[in-house]
Design a protein around this ligand. Structure first.
Ligand code: PXL
Length: 281
């Protein structure tokens, strides 16, 4: 069984970061070790939140793992709270590198043209330093624009705009950049990616629902990591991530008790397993 490490916060309520990554990647049949970077009462899109920083624990936890000779097939990072945490994670990337393991960075810090509560736009430059050390990055368009100092265009952009951003993202360092939430069509939404080594673009879209829910980026990235660890190619794993995220949104829309703060990824898990060819039918 493959073992991954995911490094991000625990938002106790809110269905994001670790409370999404752990169940989804575990469901994919992958051992999911966690390094919680902070404990929040709930994610930062609520009116208020408590925040207990765990930065000072990170080095000691990792030292202990090294004594136990623990290795990871993938390190996947999401929301990180400070420049110091980014430096520590960059250190983990150096310490745990193996010839075949992969590092996936979701620079979760912004959406809809704005940084999340508590982040200055300058934080995006720190996140770009971590993206430089990743193999695969999965920003949304807002995050990409903040990292690259590009103008953010929410809708109505053309292919050249997205292609330029993708090339600049891979110029930061990662082999592959995949932009999430890309839409050239009113009724289609998905991802467009660029591989710096092959010089090839890849795109995949599914139905666009006219809703916006919190936490879909974390569902997408977790589903992607789970598929990659099931030996799906990056392209096929991106398809799985798009289709599963849509399934979670559809489950959320069908639920009249749905909460605004996160998607119903739980009831869509059977669809995820089907997409991973883990169930027949
Ligand atoms: O979903 C990304 C995320 C993760 N963690 C925390 C957040 C958010 C988005 O707002 O606030 C704490």
């Amino acid at each position: 069984m493959k073992r991954i490490l995911t490094v991000q916060d625990i938002s106790c309520v809110g269905k994001c970061s670790l409370t999404v990554a752990l169940p989804i990647i575990s469901a994919a049949g992958v051992e999911t070790a966690v390094l919680p970077t902070a404990v929040l009462s709930n994610h930062t899109a609520f009116q208020g939140f408590t925040f207990h920083d765990l930065t000072d624990d990170i080095a000691g936890i990792s030292e202990q793992w090294k004594k136990e000779h623990i290795t990871y097939d993938c390190i996947y990072t999401g929301y990180l709270g400070s420049r110091e945490q980014i430096d520590l994670v960059a250190g983990l990337f150096e310490d745990y590198r193996l010839p075949k393991n992969i590092y996936v960075v979701d620079p979760a810090m912004a959406d809809h043209g704005k940084m999340y509560a508590g982040f200055e736009p300058s934080f995006a430059k720190e996140m770009a330093r971590l993206c430089a050390k990743a193999d695969l990055i999965v920003p949304n368009l807002t995050e990409a624009c903040f990292m690259l100092d590009e103008e953010f265009v929410e809708t109505g952009y053309d292919r050249a705009y997205i292609e330029n951003i993708l090339k600049k993202l891979t110029d930061l360092g990662p082999e592959v950049a995949a932009l999430t939430g890309v839409s050239f069509d009113d009724d289609k939404l998905g991802t467009m990616a660029y591989n710096r080594e092959t010089g090839e673009f890849f795109e995949y879209y599914n139905k666009k629902m006219n809703v916006s829910f919190h936490g879909t980026g974390d569902v997408f990235a977790s589903a992607l990591v789970g598929a990659l660890m099931n030996d799906f190619s990056v392209e096929d794993a991106l398809k799985v991530a798009v289709d599963y995220t849509l399934a979670a949104i559809i489950c959320t829309m069908a639920d009249d008790q749905a909460n605004w703060y996160g998607v119903n990824f739980e009831e869509a898990l059977p669809e995820y397993l089907r997409l991973l060819h883990k169930v027949i039918g």
